[in-house]
Design a protein around this ligand. Structure first.
Ligand SMILES: Cc1cc2nc3c(=O)[nH]c(=O)nc-3n(C[C@H](O)[C@H](O)[C@H](O)COP(=O)(O)OP(=O)(O)OC[C@H]3O[C@@H](n4cnc5c(N)ncnc54)[C@H](O)[C@@H]3O)c2cc1C
Length: 489
């Protein structure tokens, strides 16, 4: 049977994959040529345009997707500029009569999607938006309030998690092997280099040693997880010197894999008994659940990307920013070893271990006293896994102003955190090489070492390594006083 001639547009965003892709699958099922379109439209992201590290990832992920599409007989069309205008031009030029996309849940994306859906449907196009990114749509898992309140969102993870287990996960969409091609050139079509996603200064030179953006890289990390990492996840995930976590976060952030594929791969291993159903597996699956919870929160409390969820924090007396202090934190020169190790790992690799994210965040917010948004913005620019839902939840959690947040009196002691989770100081030695020769006893508190011990390790405090940026004890007391003022409504 000959196919239809009017093409279908498949509009890609953070779903840069072929597997488990409902919007692509729908487009292919229409039995017409499919135009796969990526539009680099930074303005449509509102306050949260992709940061530099995300752009690096995006460049390589688009390259990988373009190669993968070629193997299906199709190709990737790239554009730069306004989504609305670009789609309008493509539709006019090609006579496309349908469009599909996988949903996004960021406030600016929801606004754009709604507008486009209305406009394009009114124009007579068939529009299909699909659940491409999560196991449960953010509005699916809710609790019952009073009659007047109706269904309410969860604010506590454990309750959300328990409820989510009672809802069936969104099913995996079958993969597409061949995608009918459109094959003609389109006006204003760009080459990948034209999008100018790579940095002009080569601060990204170490990224390729750590990452393989694209679906194949996601699959490799998933296999590493299943072959070993998951079996020790419960304890190893807290040790930043070890590769004890999946490193799937950037792949999930760019939709190169889905939580559904990850969960299904774990379920298969459990079923064929090559994996034991123990605390390790449960803890890992819960972490995937935290990601779902973050999207649930972002959807229901969309102003939390910039505003505290706990409104008592609206008038919190954050300290005035001193550019030099902020820069020392950003670049890992605070004089507090575990913090500097984390911030340098972030700068050099685009990723930071989860426990250390909490520690560096606590220092910035509680000891230094800066607004959590300063940290959220820096992470946004430098993380390859920058994800508005998880980043917002993470930073509000550390500040104590978010859902299920750390209590206000929880001020991480970075020295104790280091001694507990990086006992031998391997993580610090790796990322802060100027401390590499310091004895284990003082690796997390070089200021406590004697002059002789420092000299022997080749360290001169204030010269080869900075004095601590704050007095940890005094700033903790001060933080507790400031935070205590808002503890009652
Ligand atoms: C201040 C702060 C900011 C953060 N910003 C981001 C961010 O921008 N993007 C991001 O993906 N994660 C963020 N996280 C969560 C977490 O640190 C990362 O998801 C995790 O370190 C990624 O490494 P992994 O893939 O090896 O995780 P694994 O431990 O292997 O976990 C598997 C997956 O579960 C999800 N996950 C794990 N922990 C969390 C969590 N606490 N919250 C939400 N999802 C989680 C991630 O998708 C992760 O890939 C942030 C945490 C904090 C404290």
């Amino acid at each position: 049977m000959p196919g239809k001639t009017q093409p279908t547009i498949y509009w890609l965003r953070r779903d840069l994959r072929l597997k488990d892709n409902p919007a692509l699958h729908w487009a292919v099922q229409r039995n017409a040529p499919v135009i796969c379109v990526y539009i680099h439209d930074t303005k449509s992201a509102g306050d949260w345009q992709p940061g530099a590290a995300s752009c690096w990832w995006l460049h390589h992920s688009l390259q990988a997707l373009s190669d993968a599409l070629k193997s299906t007989g199709n190709q990737l069309y790239l554009f730069n500029g306004s989504t609305e205008t670009t789609l309008k031009h493509i539709i006019e030029h090609t006579g496309a009569d349908a469009i599909s996309w996988n949903r996004r849940y960021e406030p600016a994306a929801i606004e754009l999607d709604k507008k486009l859906k209305k406009q394009l449907s009114e124009q007579g196009l068939e529009v299909f938006s699909a659940p491409g990114n999560l196991c449960h749509e953010p509005w699916q898992v809710t609790r019952t309030g009073t009659k007047a309140e109706g269904q309410l969102p969860y604010k506590v993870f454990t309750a959300y998690w328990r409820a989510s287990l009672k809802h069936e996960s969104i099913a995996i969409t079958p993969s597409v092997k061949s995608i009918p091609a459109y094959s003609k050139k389109l006006p204003d079509q760009k080459k990948l280099q034209d999008l100018q996603l790579l940095p002009t200064l080569p601060w990204d030179d170490q990224f390729p040693d750590h990452w393989q953006p694209g679906e194949k890289g996601a699959e490799k990390n998933l296999q590493k997880l299943l072959k070993g990492v998951i079996s020790e996840y419960d304890t190893a995930r807290d040790l930043p010197a070890q590769s004890g976590t999946s490193k799937l976060s950037p792949h999930l952030a760019f939709g190169e894999t889905t939580p559904r594929l990850i969960n299904a791969a774990v379920a298969r291993k459990l079923k064929d008994k090559t994996l034991k159903a123990d605390d390790n597996v449960e803890t890992f699956l819960k972490e995937i659940g935290w990601r779902e919870f973050a999207y649930h929160l972002l959807y229901h409390f969309s102003d939390t990307t910039n505003q505290p969820l706990d409104k008592r924090f609206t008038k919190f007396p954050w300290k005035k920013i001193d550019a030099d202090t902020l820069k020392r934190w950003q670049r890992g020169n605070t004089g507090i070893p575990i913090v500097d190790a984390g911030m340098r790992q972030l700068w050099q690799t685009g990723w930071m271990h989860n426990r250390v994210r909490m520690v560096v965040g606590s220092l910035l917010i509680k000891n230094i006293g800066y607004h959590w948004l300063e940290g959220a913005q820096w992470f946004w620019d430098t993380l390859v896994d920058a994800d508005l839902a998880s980043n917002t939840m993470g930073w509000q959690w550390v500040a104590g102003s978010g859902a299920d947040a750390a209590p206000y009196f929880r001020v991480f002691n970075p020295v104790r955190q280091g001694e507990r989770f990086d006992k031998k100081g391997e993580y610090v030695r790796k990322w802060v090489p100027e401390l590499a020769r310091l004895h284990e006893k003082h690796i997390h508190s070089p200021w406590a070492a004697s002059e002789a011990e420092l000299t022997e390790a080749g360290i001169e405090l204030g010269k080869t390594y900075p004095h601590p940026i704050v007095d940890l004890k005094a700033t903790r007391v001060e933080a507790l006083e400031r935070f205590a003022k808002i503890k009652t409504p």
